[in-house]
Design a protein around this ligand. Structure first.
Ligand code: SF4
Length: 287
Protein backbone atom coordinates (compact mmCIF):
# COMPACT_ATOMS: atom_id res chain seq x y z
CA UNK A 1 0.00 0.00 0.00
CA UNK A 2 -0.92 2.64 -0.96
CA UNK A 3 -2.69 1.15 -3.97
CA UNK A 4 -4.20 3.40 -6.64
CA UNK A 5 -6.51 2.58 -9.53
CA UNK A 6 -8.53 4.67 -11.98
CA UNK A 7 -12.14 5.41 -10.91
CA UNK A 8 -13.46 3.26 -13.76
CA UNK A 9 -11.65 0.19 -12.37
CA UNK A 10 -13.55 0.35 -9.07
CA UNK A 11 -15.57 -2.83 -9.72
CA UNK A 12 -12.74 -4.84 -11.25
CA UNK A 13 -10.10 -7.26 -9.98
CA UNK A 14 -6.71 -5.68 -9.29
CA UNK A 15 -3.47 -7.65 -9.53
CA UNK A 16 -0.30 -5.88 -8.38
CA UNK A 17 2.35 -6.67 -10.99
CA UNK A 18 4.76 -3.90 -10.00
CA UNK A 19 5.22 -1.73 -6.92
CA UNK A 20 5.41 2.05 -7.26
CA UNK A 21 6.11 3.99 -10.46
CA UNK A 22 9.24 3.54 -12.60
CA UNK A 23 9.36 7.34 -13.17
CA UNK A 24 8.22 8.74 -9.82
CA UNK A 25 9.71 12.21 -10.38
CA UNK A 26 6.66 14.28 -11.48
CA UNK A 27 6.51 17.15 -8.99
CA UNK A 28 2.68 17.33 -8.82
CA UNK A 29 2.21 13.63 -8.03
CA UNK A 30 2.52 12.15 -4.53
CA UNK A 31 0.99 8.77 -5.31
CA UNK A 32 4.08 6.59 -5.06
CA UNK A 33 6.56 8.80 -3.19
CA UNK A 34 6.63 6.32 -0.29
CA UNK A 35 7.52 3.41 -2.57
CA UNK A 36 10.68 2.44 -4.43
CA UNK A 37 9.80 1.06 -7.84
CA UNK A 38 10.29 -2.64 -8.42
CA UNK A 39 8.78 -5.40 -10.50
CA UNK A 40 7.23 -8.00 -8.22
CA UNK A 41 8.76 -11.49 -8.58
CA UNK A 42 6.82 -13.29 -11.28
CA UNK A 43 6.09 -16.34 -9.12
CA UNK A 44 4.42 -14.07 -6.54
CA UNK A 45 2.25 -12.39 -9.17
CA UNK A 46 1.19 -15.76 -10.59
CA UNK A 47 0.42 -17.01 -7.07
CA UNK A 48 -1.73 -13.90 -6.47
CA UNK A 49 -3.65 -14.69 -9.66
CA UNK A 50 -4.36 -18.24 -8.41
CA UNK A 51 -5.52 -16.89 -5.07
CA UNK A 52 -7.70 -14.23 -6.72
CA UNK A 53 -9.30 -16.87 -8.96
CA UNK A 54 -10.20 -18.88 -5.89
CA UNK A 55 -12.02 -15.86 -4.43
CA UNK A 56 -13.46 -14.47 -7.66
CA UNK A 57 -13.43 -17.04 -10.49
CA UNK A 58 -15.82 -15.05 -12.70
CA UNK A 59 -13.76 -11.84 -12.80
CA UNK A 60 -13.80 -10.49 -16.35
CA UNK A 61 -11.97 -7.16 -16.13
CA UNK A 62 -8.56 -6.95 -14.51
CA UNK A 63 -6.37 -3.93 -13.74
CA UNK A 64 -2.62 -4.46 -13.43
CA UNK A 65 -1.24 -2.16 -10.72
CA UNK A 66 0.85 -0.19 -9.67
CA UNK A 67 1.92 3.02 -11.38
CA UNK A 68 3.00 1.74 -14.79
CA UNK A 69 2.79 -2.03 -15.14
CA UNK A 70 3.41 -1.57 -18.86
CA UNK A 71 7.06 -0.97 -18.00
CA UNK A 72 7.48 -4.74 -17.39
CA UNK A 73 9.45 -6.77 -19.92
CA UNK A 74 7.53 -8.50 -22.69
CA UNK A 75 8.45 -11.87 -21.14
CA UNK A 76 6.88 -10.90 -17.82
CA UNK A 77 3.81 -9.39 -19.43
CA UNK A 78 3.32 -12.47 -21.64
CA UNK A 79 3.57 -14.76 -18.61
CA UNK A 80 1.07 -12.67 -16.60
CA UNK A 81 -1.41 -12.26 -19.46
CA UNK A 82 -1.22 -15.96 -20.37
CA UNK A 83 -1.89 -16.89 -16.76
CA UNK A 84 -4.85 -14.51 -16.58
CA UNK A 85 -6.20 -15.97 -19.81
CA UNK A 86 -5.89 -19.56 -18.55
CA UNK A 87 -7.27 -18.77 -15.12
CA UNK A 88 -10.26 -16.55 -15.88
CA UNK A 89 -12.42 -18.07 -18.64
CA UNK A 90 -14.61 -14.96 -18.78
CA UNK A 91 -11.71 -12.51 -19.16
CA UNK A 92 -12.69 -9.64 -21.48
CA UNK A 93 -10.20 -6.87 -20.67
CA UNK A 94 -6.89 -6.20 -18.97
CA UNK A 95 -5.79 -2.62 -18.36
CA UNK A 96 -2.86 -0.78 -16.77
CA UNK A 97 -1.41 2.65 -16.19
CA UNK A 98 1.30 3.53 -18.72
CA UNK A 99 3.80 6.34 -18.99
CA UNK A 100 4.53 7.84 -22.44
CA UNK A 101 7.97 6.21 -22.18
CA UNK A 102 6.40 2.76 -21.69
CA UNK A 103 4.43 3.20 -24.91
CA UNK A 104 7.53 4.30 -26.83
CA UNK A 105 9.93 1.70 -25.41
CA UNK A 106 7.75 -1.10 -26.77
CA UNK A 107 7.36 -1.53 -30.52
CA UNK A 108 3.96 -1.29 -32.18
CA UNK A 109 4.19 -5.04 -32.87
CA UNK A 110 4.80 -5.73 -29.19
CA UNK A 111 1.86 -3.53 -28.17
CA UNK A 112 -0.25 -5.29 -30.79
CA UNK A 113 0.76 -8.65 -29.31
CA UNK A 114 -0.30 -7.47 -25.84
CA UNK A 115 -3.62 -6.41 -27.33
CA UNK A 116 -4.17 -9.93 -28.72
CA UNK A 117 -3.62 -11.13 -25.14
CA UNK A 118 -6.48 -8.84 -23.99
CA UNK A 119 -4.40 -5.95 -22.63
CA UNK A 120 -6.58 -3.49 -24.48
CA UNK A 121 -6.75 -0.29 -22.38
CA UNK A 122 -4.00 1.91 -20.95
CA UNK A 123 -4.36 4.98 -18.74
CA UNK A 124 -1.82 7.67 -19.61
CA UNK A 125 -1.25 10.95 -17.81
CA UNK A 126 -0.67 13.56 -20.51
CA UNK A 127 -1.02 16.43 -18.01
CA UNK A 128 -0.18 19.03 -20.69
CA UNK A 129 0.68 19.27 -24.37
CA UNK A 130 3.13 22.10 -23.66
CA UNK A 131 6.76 20.95 -23.56
CA UNK A 132 7.61 23.93 -21.37
CA UNK A 133 4.96 23.02 -18.81
CA UNK A 134 5.98 19.33 -18.90
CA UNK A 135 9.60 20.35 -18.23
CA UNK A 136 8.61 22.46 -15.23
CA UNK A 137 6.76 19.55 -13.61
CA UNK A 138 9.56 17.05 -14.48
CA UNK A 139 7.18 14.83 -16.44
CA UNK A 140 10.04 13.23 -18.40
CA UNK A 141 8.10 13.72 -21.65
CA UNK A 142 7.43 16.40 -24.25
CA UNK A 143 4.72 17.33 -26.75
CA UNK A 144 6.60 15.22 -29.31
CA UNK A 145 7.03 12.11 -27.13
CA UNK A 146 3.39 12.31 -26.00
CA UNK A 147 2.41 12.29 -29.69
CA UNK A 148 4.68 9.32 -30.40
CA UNK A 149 3.23 7.38 -27.45
CA UNK A 150 -0.37 8.06 -28.53
CA UNK A 151 0.45 7.13 -32.14
CA UNK A 152 2.02 3.83 -31.05
CA UNK A 153 -1.00 2.94 -28.94
CA UNK A 154 -3.41 3.91 -31.71
CA UNK A 155 -1.43 1.94 -34.32
CA UNK A 156 -1.54 -1.13 -32.07
CA UNK A 157 -5.29 -0.77 -31.53
CA UNK A 158 -4.96 -0.06 -27.80
CA UNK A 159 -7.54 2.22 -26.23
CA UNK A 160 -5.96 5.13 -24.36
CA UNK A 161 -7.62 6.94 -21.49
CA UNK A 162 -5.68 10.21 -21.21
CA UNK A 163 -5.74 12.79 -18.43
CA UNK A 164 -4.96 16.51 -18.57
CA UNK A 165 -4.41 18.69 -15.49
CA UNK A 166 -6.11 22.09 -15.58
CA UNK A 167 -4.21 24.73 -13.64
CA UNK A 168 -0.84 23.03 -14.13
CA UNK A 169 0.76 26.08 -15.77
CA UNK A 170 -0.58 28.59 -13.25
CA UNK A 171 -1.93 32.05 -14.02
CA UNK A 172 0.79 33.19 -16.42
CA UNK A 173 1.13 30.07 -18.57
CA UNK A 174 -2.41 28.77 -18.96
CA UNK A 175 -3.02 29.87 -22.55
CA UNK A 176 0.00 28.02 -23.94
CA UNK A 177 -0.87 25.02 -21.72
CA UNK A 178 -4.39 24.78 -23.15
CA UNK A 179 -3.52 25.60 -26.78
CA UNK A 180 -0.68 23.02 -26.87
CA UNK A 181 -2.85 20.41 -25.18
CA UNK A 182 -5.68 20.90 -27.68
CA UNK A 183 -3.20 20.66 -30.54
CA UNK A 184 -1.82 17.38 -29.15
CA UNK A 185 -5.27 15.84 -28.75
CA UNK A 186 -6.43 17.01 -32.18
CA UNK A 187 -3.38 15.46 -33.85
CA UNK A 188 -3.18 12.27 -31.76
CA UNK A 189 -6.68 11.61 -30.36
CA UNK A 190 -7.03 9.12 -27.48
CA UNK A 191 -10.25 7.12 -26.96
CA UNK A 192 -11.07 8.83 -23.66
CA UNK A 193 -10.00 12.24 -22.37
CA UNK A 194 -10.46 13.47 -18.81
CA UNK A 195 -9.55 16.74 -17.16
CA UNK A 196 -8.49 17.03 -13.52
CA UNK A 197 -7.84 20.15 -11.48
CA UNK A 198 -4.36 20.64 -10.08
CA UNK A 199 -4.45 19.58 -6.43
CA UNK A 200 -1.18 19.26 -4.56
CA UNK A 201 -0.64 17.35 -1.34
CA UNK A 202 0.72 19.66 1.32
CA UNK A 203 4.03 17.80 1.29
CA UNK A 204 4.42 18.26 -2.48
CA UNK A 205 4.01 22.04 -2.66
CA UNK A 206 7.69 22.92 -2.04
CA UNK A 207 8.93 20.43 -4.63
CA UNK A 208 6.39 21.73 -7.17
CA UNK A 209 7.21 25.38 -6.54
CA UNK A 210 10.99 24.78 -6.68
CA UNK A 211 10.73 24.13 -10.44
CA UNK A 212 8.37 27.02 -11.25
CA UNK A 213 9.36 30.53 -12.32
CA UNK A 214 9.34 33.20 -9.63
CA UNK A 215 5.87 34.64 -9.16
CA UNK A 216 3.97 31.43 -10.06
CA UNK A 217 0.32 31.84 -9.06
CA UNK A 218 -2.20 29.01 -8.73
CA UNK A 219 -5.46 29.19 -10.68
CA UNK A 220 -8.74 29.59 -8.80
CA UNK A 221 -12.00 27.92 -9.88
CA UNK A 222 -13.03 30.87 -12.10
CA UNK A 223 -9.74 30.60 -13.99
CA UNK A 224 -10.03 26.81 -14.18
CA UNK A 225 -13.44 27.15 -15.84
CA UNK A 226 -11.87 29.50 -18.36
CA UNK A 227 -9.21 26.85 -19.10
CA UNK A 228 -11.87 24.16 -19.45
CA UNK A 229 -13.91 26.40 -21.76
CA UNK A 230 -10.93 27.25 -23.95
CA UNK A 231 -9.84 23.61 -24.17
CA UNK A 232 -13.31 22.52 -25.34
CA UNK A 233 -13.45 25.36 -27.86
CA UNK A 234 -10.11 24.32 -29.37
CA UNK A 235 -10.69 20.56 -29.37
CA UNK A 236 -11.69 19.26 -32.77
CA UNK A 237 -10.48 15.65 -32.90
CA UNK A 238 -10.75 13.81 -36.24
CA UNK A 239 -12.41 10.85 -34.50
CA UNK A 240 -14.87 10.88 -31.56
CA UNK A 241 -13.28 11.28 -28.12
CA UNK A 242 -15.25 10.43 -24.98
CA UNK A 243 -14.76 13.36 -22.62
CA UNK A 244 -15.17 13.45 -18.82
CA UNK A 245 -14.32 15.83 -15.99
CA UNK A 246 -15.77 13.66 -13.23
CA UNK A 247 -12.59 13.24 -11.14
CA UNK A 248 -13.09 14.26 -7.50
CA UNK A 249 -10.86 17.33 -7.94
CA UNK A 250 -13.09 19.06 -10.52
CA UNK A 251 -15.30 22.01 -9.60
CA UNK A 252 -17.60 21.18 -12.53
CA UNK A 253 -18.33 17.60 -13.62
CA UNK A 254 -18.88 17.28 -17.37
CA UNK A 255 -19.50 14.32 -19.66
CA UNK A 256 -19.99 14.09 -23.39
CA UNK A 257 -18.59 13.05 -26.75
CA UNK A 258 -16.32 15.40 -28.68
CA UNK A 259 -16.73 17.14 -30.99
CA UNK A 260 -20.48 16.28 -31.04
CA UNK A 261 -21.40 17.62 -27.56
CA UNK A 262 -19.07 20.62 -27.48
CA UNK A 263 -21.80 23.29 -27.54
CA UNK A 264 -23.82 21.56 -24.82
CA UNK A 265 -20.73 21.34 -22.58
CA UNK A 266 -19.83 24.98 -23.25
CA UNK A 267 -23.36 26.02 -22.21
CA UNK A 268 -22.91 24.18 -18.90
CA UNK A 269 -19.59 25.97 -18.32
CA UNK A 270 -21.13 29.37 -19.13
CA UNK A 271 -23.87 28.74 -16.55
CA UNK A 272 -21.33 27.61 -13.92
CA UNK A 273 -19.19 30.71 -14.53
CA UNK A 274 -22.16 32.91 -13.69
CA UNK A 275 -23.76 30.82 -10.92
CA UNK A 276 -21.36 29.55 -8.27
CA UNK A 277 -23.99 27.23 -6.77
CA UNK A 278 -23.73 25.05 -9.91
CA UNK A 279 -20.13 24.18 -8.97
CA UNK A 280 -19.03 21.50 -6.54
CA UNK A 281 -17.89 22.96 -3.22
CA UNK A 282 -14.25 22.28 -2.29
CA UNK A 283 -15.31 20.29 0.80
CA UNK A 284 -16.96 17.57 -1.33
CA UNK A 285 -14.14 17.42 -3.87
CA UNK A 286 -11.73 15.28 -1.89
CA UNK A 287 -9.30 18.20 -1.72
S1 SF4 B 1 4.50 8.94 -14.14
FE1 SF4 B 1 2.41 9.10 -13.31
S2 SF4 B 1 2.41 7.87 -11.42
FE2 SF4 B 1 4.56 8.22 -11.99
S3 SF4 B 1 5.16 10.05 -10.80
FE3 SF4 B 1 4.48 10.76 -12.83
S4 SF4 B 1 2.27 11.22 -12.58
FE4 SF4 B 1 2.91 9.96 -10.81
Amino acid sequence: MPLYRPPSEGNNLIIQATLGCSANYCTFCSMYKTKTYRARPLDQVLADIDQAAHEWPTASRIFLADGDALTLSMDNLRAILNKLHETFPGLTRVSAYATPKNLIDKTVDELRELKTMKLSLVYMGIESGSTQVLKRVIKGASHKTHGMALDNANAAGLKVSATVILGLAGRAGWEDHIASTAQLINNHPPTYLSTLQLTLDEGAIDEFMAEQEAGFEFQDDDAILLEQEQLLKLLNPPKPVIFRSNHASNCLPLAGNLPRDRDKLLDIITAAKEQIHLRRSPFIRGL
